[in-house]
Design a protein around this ligand. Sequence first.
Ligand code: SF4
Length: 280
Amino acid sequence: MDRLAKRYLRSRKIPGTTCSGCGLGQVHKKVLLAIEQLGLGTKDIVWGTGIGCAGRQIFNTWKGDNFAGTHGRVYALATGLRLALPEERKIILTAGDGDAFGIGLLHLLHCARRNLDVTVVVADNFGCQSTGGQYGCTTPRGYVTDSSPYGVREPGWLENGLDILDMLRDAGATFLARHSSFEGQSAVDSCAQAIRHKGFSLVHFIYPCVTHFGAVSLQSGDKARIFRWFEGLFRPEAGNSGDPRFRSGVYHDAGSSRPEFASSLKEWTRTVRREAAGRD
Ligand code: SF4
């Protein structure tokens, strides 16, 4: 991380304040490696963050321009920026699962519907960990948390035949991928593809929260054991499709099949202006 930190992150934000053993740093590193792989610098990207552990830890770490918007508002801010900035300037947004798939979900779906050219990185720690470890919409059913002492009774977005990525695909997202924070180059490649993609892209990372989910839900203080549990959620690359574990990699790539919102709005605005000028 040192090389990447030096090049891309503000020195006063290093080291971050995540708990020791937290997987969030691995997620952040994958995105930074992808940026480096694409040959991009700090002036090429504006980075927005949401709330929760992901938002708090990654907020303002980027040496370039930053902004924050909680509970889904980050997409509205990004829409204004997308319209104002040159097309080649990338916008990356990092949000947690509670922000992206819970309280901010409608905003996220509308951003996908418009096919806005942004890259959303969802750092999913299976619940509301920054507020003390309450269950959320991705906490696996049955697991004990501070707010579900007898186990979560409701189905989450990632089980019982539901997959939040299907909903995003149906809403119009044109690039979707999923990885665990433990993966290496394949996760970096997905991030690079997402950043390069012209349109709405999202990479869903599942990462271990050792302090709450690990300690309370998995009842373990052994980080290696917690990490192994999270790794076991994903099936091997060559695994068969009937395997209920998550498949990592690109989930959906619709290329340029749908118009990108900001470009088409700008084009339409030019047309309206030309027509209006012709009427004068
Ligand atoms: S509470 Fe959990 S997710 Fe948040 S920084 Fe600590 S280990 Fe990471």
